[in-house]
Write a protein that binds this ligand. Structure first.
Ligand code: SDX
Length: 436
């Protein structure tokens, strides 16, 4: 993998440790963002670095997505997210992420054709759903079913073959909406709906979610556009926890479908992709504008585990640019669906207003993130809360598999194996049972 890191111009950081020779560490620069101090040879000098949560650690080089957290900037292959959200479709963005350039019409048509002809899943897969309780959380089902895909394609994959990697990406992009809709239908006790190749990516998803064999289902263009935009806003986000989980699993050479299952598992957590479901439940619990101060106080109380879901971000210390577009989309959908009285939106907007004026949130640079308004929008589309993170997983699959592909091509990539600061008991010896 060629890099933009120019060793000739790189600067050197000097680490001075009392009583020891200074340690020279190269400073490397990318094309955007903070420079990095290359510490890979530090362990040979007798030291590890310590960075719980990897807040200050660049785990890899990447050309896919860039975030400037201080300025609230998100670029996919150099394009700002707001431009992509308002001027392209999700499949155009998928093409951009995978092939590094936006497609022309012919390229997009060929790409859509490849996707459409991979949307069905093996007829054995529906049988797997029978093993789950009907009330299983759909993310639990998605973890299991996505991992099960590895059983259907294991022998055919040579991760070092670009064509094999591309087929994995196409299959996942095509099948994940089908599996997601099946998880929903299973929980509803309704029959699975087959994909419809004549529909758009978002339209086909809505059809598989809400159509029944009993009557024709017409895709509402407003909901189709909103769904496509939601997919765009959640497509990729640098080395977030779920993408890093996919990279960690992929670094061992594991089956890529199993790696995606690792990403789905990580995304499920309420601190990550589960925040959209948690945020909507939080807004429902708050219930009215009058109760907002009570919950703001709880969010600030160190003795109370309650946090404002949909607020704060590890990287953004400014407004999440996706939240800006999500908020506009939310208003558009509610207006176009003629949903006037939306109490939860009133609560959300007032909560945002109060929080952004509160010193606690200002000092900690806590702003709404992509999950703050997505739940209200998804509800308006008719998606139930337990499916919100599944929608996030559908959208993020392209990001996960693009990072997996990038890692497979990176010559500097090796099995991820962090070290630790051991604070346990020093060496000791077993005492025979009769003396314990
Ligand atoms: C996503 O990484 C990504 O890119 C993720 C994502 C993606 O697209 O992949 O953007 C998607 O996961 C968005 C985030 C969704 N999660 C939530 O909305 C859950 C609520 N947010 C928090 O849990 C929290 O803000 C995190 C997990 C998002 C970030 O946590 P950090 O970076 O570890 O920050 P922290 O917990 O150290 O918080 C710093 C301070 C703390 O206070 P002090 O100890 O300094 O006094 O801010 C406080 C925290 O208590 N704080 C909050 C808060 N978030 C942080 N206080 C109240 N409510 C919150 N939401």
């Amino acid at each position: 993998m060629e890099s933009n890191l120019n060793p000739k111009e790189q600067r050197i950081a000097i680490l001075h440790i009392p009583g020891e020779e200074p340690i020279e560490l190269p400073i490397l620069s990318g094309t955007e963002g903070k420079d990095v101090i290359d510490i890979k040879n530090l362990s040979a000098k007798g030291y590890f670095t310590y960075d719980p949560g990897l807040l200050a650690t660049a785990s890899c080089q990447s050309k896919i997505t860039f975030i400037n957290g201080e300025k609230g900037i998100l670029l996919h292959r150099g394009y700002p997210i707001a431009e992509l959200a308002m001027q392209t479709s999700y499949l155009e963005l998928c093409y951009l992420l995978l092939y590094k350039e936006l497609p022309n019409q012919a390229q997009l048509s060929e790409f859509k054709n490849k996707i459409s002809h991979n949307t069905m899943v093996h007829e054995q897969i529906p049988k797997l759903f029978q093993a789950f309780r009907r009330d299983a959380h759909p993310m639990a089902i998605m973890c299991g079913i996505a991992g099960a895909l590895s059983a259907f394609y294991h022998e055919q994959i040579n991760v070092s073959n670009p064509k094999d990697r591309e087929l994995v990406a196409i299959r996942l992009l095509a099948k994940i909406p089908t599996l997601a809709a099946m998880a929903y239908k299973y929980s509803e006790g309704q029959p699975f709906m087959y994909p419809q190749n004549n529909l758009s990516y978002a339209g086909n998803f809505l059809h598989m979610m809400f159509a029944t064999p009993c009557e024709p289902y017409v895709v509402n263009p407003i909901l189709e556009k909103a769904m496509d935009r939601i997919f765009i806003l959640h497509a990729d986000h640098e080395q977030n926890a779920s993408t890093s989980s996919v990279r960690f699993a992929g670094s061992t050479g594991a089956n890529p479908y199993a790696c995606i299952a690792a990403g789905i598992a990580a995304l499920w957590g309420p601190a990550h992709g589960g925040a959209n479901e948690a945020c909507l439940r939080m807004l429902k619990t708050i219930g009215s504008v009058e109760r907002i101060p009570e919950f703001i106080a709880r969010a600030k109380d160190k003795n109370d585990p309650f946090r404002l879901m949909g607020f704060g971000h590890r990287v953004y210390k400014n407004y999440d640019p996706r939240a800006t577009v999500m908020k506009e989309t939310c208003h558009e959908v509610l207006k176009e669906l003629n949903i006037q009285d939306h109490k939860l939106l009133d609560v959300a907007m007032e909560l945002e207003k109060i929080a952004l004026q509160d010193p606690y949130f200002i000092e900690r640079k806590l702003y709404p993130n992509v999950d703050f308004y997505s739940g209200i929008t998804l509800s308006a589309i008719g998606i139930p809360p337990q499916m919100f993170t599944v929608i996030f997983a559908v959208a993020r699959t392209i990001g996960w598999i693009t990072h997996w592909c990038e890692m497979q091509q990176d010559p500097s990539s090796k099995i991820v194996r962090p070290r630790q600061l051991y604070t346990g008991v020093p060496t000791r010896h077993v005492v025979p049972m009769y003396r314990r």
